[in-house]
Write a protein that binds this ligand. Structure first.
Ligand SMILES: [Zn+2]
Ligand SMILES: [Zn+2]
Length: 412
């Protein structure tokens, strides 16, 4: 069973202090009291803690767990397998602490970690890459072997600190209940270095950096739009950065625009410079047209969350057709789907996408280890779709997306 419940975070408006509740995928916070909008910014990853019920005289230890919510893809002899994952994993490998956060994080409201939180925050020792690898190992058991290429497309990668203290053995401070574990060390503070957290959540005003206008976006938006000066912005390390965009015009005024990342990458170990190279590499049943030898090859990916199978299908379909997009000075006036899959996540699917369309498939196992892919630049491209009863359809590209898949994606 896939558990798709999201964490809830209790929190206060940075402007007026009013209490608020967020979902872990929320990025844009709009205060119901003072109406001020702010964008949540984390250096690195988001860090939460679980509430405790310990008495004030207990010395609290906060044990770190990586939390991964997202999609796993694996390329093997039978093609690409995928699944959705929602799990946590120790960020310090310790036999004397529970192996995961368990289901408690879904029943309780979390809070953001801040430097003034009392307690000993144990420093993580397993980095994010290694933790997702270990998680992937746990969740890809049923995939066909051998796995030749693997990818994790994270919706969220965050850290959850769970409180413990030493009493009758190691005590879970959430419930004040013994864990059944005995600490391995007499002095846990010494055995598990850490201290006060040096992290806090930050807020950015949602004002357009270019013109000062109020930017728009849904609560889980990773790209905000300024309708005044027609620009798009995504969070960088400490401020908003401009996102280049293009669109394919539509003659219909009823069109719904879906956002896609178009990624130009240097591929080493395979001739894949131009669209003509792609037609040959994927053995597409198409006669080479003039201009295809100089038309650059690019990877495409949805810029919105959708089920793993649909994400991969759309990424492949668009990469193989390479829609012609012209840079337009204005955003579409029509409905635009929220960008909630950042380009960094879209990059993770590139190798799986490539492995899936190379022909003959029999040469892929030998090719893969020698392939290098270096992303160089990207563009956000809006493609028009027509709303039919069950699907959104782009006839020119022969691509359809089930409307129910898009609705469902809100729960992912
Ligand atoms: Zn407020
Ligand atoms: Zn602006």
């Amino acid at each position: 069973m896939v558990n798709t419940s999201k964490l809830r975070i209790e929190y206060q408006c940075p402007q007026c202090g009013a209490p608020a509740e967020l979902s872990e995928t929320d990025r844009l916070f709009s205060c119901a009291f003072c109406r001020v909008k702010s964008y949540l910014l984390a250096s690195g990853y988001f860090r939460y803690l679980l509430p405790h019920k310990a008495t004030a005289d207990q010395a609290l230890f906060y044990f770190p767990y990586w939390r991964f919510r997202g999609m796993l893809f694996a390329y093997g002899p039978e093609g690409v397998s995928h699944r959705f994952v929602d799990a946590s994993h120790q960020a310090v490998a310790r036999g004397d602490f529970p192996i995961s956060v368990g289901l408690r994080s879904q029943a309780l409201k979390l809070r953001f970690v801040s430097p003034d939180t009392p307690g000993h925050f144990i420093r993580p020792q397993v980095d994010a890459a290694r933790a997702t690898e270990q998680l992937a190992g746990r969740f890809t058991q049923e995939f066909p072997r051998p796995i030749l290429q693997q990818a994790q497309v994270g919706e969220t990668l965050s850290m959850i600190y769970a409180p413990f203290y030493v009493g009758d053995g190691l005590v879970d401070a959430i419930l004040n209940r013994p864990t059944g574990h005995r600490p391995d060390a007499a002095d846990l503070t010494e055995a598990l270095p850490g201290g006060a957290p040096d992290w806090r959540i930050r807020f950015l005003a949602t004002l357009c950096p270019a013109c000062g206008w109020d930017m728009q976006g849904e609560r889980d938006a990773h790209v905000l739009a300024c309708r005044n000066c027609q620009s798009l912005w995504q969070p960088g390390r400490s401020r908003f950065e401009r996102v280049g965009f293009a669109r394919v015009p539509s003659c219909s005024t009823e069109a719904i625009y879906l956002p896609f990342w178009r990624i130009k990458a240097e591929v080493g170990g395979l001739a894949l410079e131009s669209y003509a190279d792609l037609v040959r590499a994927a053995n597409l049943p198409r006669a080479l047209q003039p201009g295809w030898e100089t038309l650059p090859f690019r990877f495409w990916s949805p810029a919105f969350k959708v089920r793993p199978a649909v994400l991969l299908r759309l990424a492949r379909a668009l990469t193989l057709v390479e829609p012609f997009a012209a840079k337009e000075p204005t955003l579409p006036e029509e409905q635009m789907l929220t960008v909630n899959l950042p380009v960094t996540e879209a990059l993770d699917i590139i190798r799986i996408n490539l492995a899936g369309f190379l022909r003959p498939a029999s040469r892929v196992p030998d090719l893969l280890p020698g392939l290098t892919i270096r992303p160089r630049k990207y563009l956000l491209v809006y493609l028009p779709f027509e709303a039919r009863q069950h699907d959104l359809v782009n006839d020119d590209l022969a691509i359809a997306v089930s409307r129910s898949h898009l609705r469902l994606a809100a729960n992912l």
